[in-house]
Design a protein around this ligand. Structure first.
Ligand code: DX5
Ligand code: ZN
Length: 213
C-alpha cells in the first residue's frame, strides 16, 4: 500500500496558512483539514473561504467533525472550497449513507470515520461505498492528545477485510505511534503537532516516514 502523510493544518500558524502549506507540500501527500462546528465537538475551525484561499498542488483531505454534514451545508461548502475528499463521521446526525452519496454526486472522493468508542462494525455497511476509512485514535476536537492504542484492533479488522482500501489514522501520531499504526495496517497518517510544533516541518515529516522503514 502506498504510504501517505497528511499534515493537519489545525496545528499550523493560522495567519500563515498559505506559507505553511507551501512548505509541507514539498514532501507531504495530502493536506488534512479539520472542520469543527462547535456542536459535534466544542471548537469551531476553518471557514470555507479560508480553505479555498489556500492554493496547493496536494489533495485537500477534509475531515468534517459536524452534526449535520448535509443539512447545515458543510459538504457543499467544502466541495466548492476545493476539497478532494470529504470524510464524515458515522456519529453525525444526518443519514451517513446519504452523506456519502451526496459527496460522490458532487464528483469527489468520500470517506467515513469513527470515534474511539464506536465499534468498527458500525461502518461495515459503508465499506463498499467509500474511498477511505479514517480511524480516530483520539477523541476529536483538539490536537496534541495522547494516542489511544485500543483502536489498532479496528484497523487490523478492516485491513483483513479490505486489502486495498486507504485506511487513515488521526490523532496522537508520532515517530513511535506511527509504527504501531502501520503494523496494524494503516497506510494514511494524519499528524498535527508532530509536524507543526517543530521548527523544521520537513525534517519532522521525514522522521515520520523514516520511522516506517
Ligand atoms: C483532532 C483532529 C486531528 C488533529 C490531530 O480532532 O481530527 O486531525 O489535528 O492532531 P495531533 O496529530 O496533534 O493529534
Ligand atoms: Zn482530523
Amino acid at each position: 500500500m502506498k504510504i501517505k502523510i497528511a499534515p493537519s493544518i489545525l496545528s499550523a500558524k493560522r495567519e500563515e496558512l498559505q506559507d505553511e502549506v507551501k512548505e509541507i507540500e514539498k514532501i507531504a501527500d495530502m493536506v488534512h483539514v479539520d472542520i469543527m462546528d462547535g456542536k459535534f465537538v466544542p471548537p469551531k475551525t476553518f471557514l470555507p473561504n479560508e480553505i479555498e484561499a489556500v492554493k496547493s498542488k496536494l489533495p485537500k483531505d477534509v475531515h468534517l467533525m459536524v452534526n449535520y454534514p448535509i443539512k447545515d451545508g458543510f459538504i457543499d461548502a467544502y466541495v466548492d472550497a476545493g476539497a478532494s475528499i470529504i470524510t464524515v463521521h458515522q456519529e453525525s446526525l444526518d443519514d451517513v449513507g446519504k452523506c456519502i452519496a451526496h459527496i460522490k454526486q458532487r464528483g469527489i472522493k468520500a470517506g467515513i470515520t469513527i470515534n474511539p468508542p464506536t465499534p468498527v462494525q458500525k461502518i461495515f455497511p459503508y465499506l463498499d461505498q467509500v474511498d477511505m476509512v479514517l480511524i480516530m485514535s483520539v477523541n476529536p476536537g483538539y490536537a496534541g492528545q495522547k494516542f489511544i492504542p485500543e483502536v489498532l484492533e479496528k484497523i487490523k479488522v478492516l485491513r483483513s477485510m479490505k486489502p486495498e482500501l486507504d485506511i487513515e489514522i488521526d490523532g496522537g501520531i508520532s515517530k513511535t505511534t506511527i509504527k504501531k499504526a502501520a503494523a496494524a495496517g494503516a497506510n494514511v497518517f494524519v499528524a498535527g503537532s508532530a509536524i507543526f510544533n517543530k521548527d523544521d516541518r520537513i525534517k519532522a515529516i521525514r522522521e515520520l516516514r523514516d520511522a516506517l522503514e
